[in-house]
Design a protein around this ligand. Structure first.
Ligand SMILES: Nc1ncnc2c1ncn2[C@@H]1O[C@H](COP(=O)(O)OP(=O)(O)OP(=O)(O)O)[C@@H](O)[C@H]1O
Ligand SMILES: [Mg+2]
Length: 387
């Protein structure tokens, strides 16, 4: 045991006595976080993030990159929860095409709404800062709909919960009693707001603080459901709010999903062994890997789109609608002719001709093989994103 990260309180739940864990306020102390666990790794991660910020200049609009990055994060964080939706499902739904697993897609789009709400607030001078209230508002959107019924969307839990096991008595982990949640979150909020902006006199690097905040949030487990997703949303929000990454171009949930059992094991290790260090190292490694992956993916997207644009420009026969359609593709990779007509505000024949030209050039392809209800796909791009 490196240190004690909290204390146990015996409470009675469902008729049996259980030991609920109540974490100490951040940062880790007795002893303080070992410098060796983060000094070099946090610098490496910051460099990876700085490179990622710069590489977005390779494409004409950062919105292209955000379009896919935000969807990937939404998808992957929901997949950790067990959602089965795919990136293509999401694009199909946006194209107005029929999709089968609507509940799964709702979960993903709910995450995107929650994330947008948080970003909008943080960017608005009159909006809420990162706070318990903002997290509750995000939670309300996240659990909106069929699956959230009974999970008290937008509200802190009023009952004891547990992780793993069929009842609190045989659980892997029993989070703090419900009546302590508000106080513990207030402490966490204070810790977040005590962080000076980047370059200030904080003794821990911002990325390390984000690692601490996420783990503490999961330990408090303030909601009946959705704690993983809101906790991961908090990571993305803090990265942007603290200026580590000007736009949410990274999808850390890919790394967390790939190393899911280690992710959970290290969260437990904080409680059982006071091992904050192993979690912080894992988190910093994850940020580095995720940033490098996002950078590579942006380079690949930029290369593909540039090559296809070259092909279009080299072909003599294109009309203006075709060029305009092409520039829409990165944010509209699945579409019908009708959608193109609407987006380009043009006639059906013109939209149809533009689609046909891109099809002839091998840039987009028809997916149904039918004469009616045709749908098209910028397939090479989708395959790149789904990798
Ligand atoms: N042993 C553990 N100790 C602390 N936190 C844990 C532990 N195991 C898992 N967690 C956290 O709890 C989350 C699951 O909680 P919950 O079901 O409320 O969230 P969710 O968003 O609905 O689900 P999910 O994680 O499955 O996305 C995990 O994602 C992880 O962040
Ligand atoms: Mg859950």
């Amino acid at each position: 045991m490196r240190r004690s990260a909290g204390s146990y309180i015996t409470t009675t739940t469902l008729g049996e006595a259980v030991n609920a864990f109540v974490p100490y306020a951040l940062p880790p102390s007795d002893p303080a976080l070992l410098v060796e666990s983060y000094e070099i790794q946090s610098r490496t991660a910051e460099i990876a993030l700085a490179r990622l910020s710069g590489v977005s200049g390779l494409v004409p609009s950062v919105d292209w990159l955000l379009y896919s990055a935000i969807r990937k994060e939404a998808l992957l964080t929901s997949q950790i929860e067990g959602t089965q939706a795919t990136l293509t499902d999401l694009f199909d739904e946006e194209a107005g095409l029929a999709v089968s697993n609507t509940d799964d897609i709702e979960e993903v789009t709910n995450y995107m709404r929650a994330f947008r709400l948080v970003r909008d607030n943080l960017r608005d001078p009159n909006g809420l800062p990162i706070s318990v209230r903002l997290m509750c508002n995000a939670h309300r959107l996240l659990l909106n709909g069929v699956r959230g019924i009974g999970e008290q969307p937008g509200e802190l839990r009023r009952s004891q919960n547990w992780i793993g096991g069929t009842r609190p008595g045989n659980a892997v982990f029993v989070p703090p009693p419900a009546d302590q949640v508000a106080n513990l979150l207030a402490d966490l909020e204070r810790f977040i707001h005590a962080q000076p902006i980047l370059g200030g006199s904080s003794y821990l690097p911002s990325l390390v603080n984000i690692a601490l905040v996420h783990a503490q949030f999961e330990t408090i487990h303030p909601f009946l459901d959705g704690n993983g997703r809101i906790g991961r949303l908090l990571i993305a929000a803090l990265m942007e709010d603290w200026g580590l990454l000007p736009e949410p171009l990274m999808y850390l949930s890919g790394y967390l999903k790939q190393h899911q059992s280690e992710y959970y094991r290290l969260l437990s290790g904080i409680r059982t062994e006071g091992n904050w260090e192993a979690w912080v190292e894992f988190f910093l490694e994850g940020v580095t890997v995720a940033a490098v992956n996002a950078e590579r993916s942006i380079v690949e997207i930029a290369t593909l789109v540039a090559a296809d644009r070259r092909r279009l420009l080299d072909s003599a026969k294109s009309g203006s609608a075709t060029y305009r359609l092409f520039e829409l593709l990165p944010m509209m990779p699945r579409f019908t002719v009708e959608r193109v007509r609407k987006e380009l505000e043009t006639s059906f024949p013109t939209a149809n001709a533009a689609v046909r030209t891109l099809e002839d050039l091998g840039i987009v392809s028809e997916m149904t093989g039918q004469k009616k209800n045709r749908s098209f796909s910028y397939q090479s791009y989708i395959e790149l994103l789904a990798k």
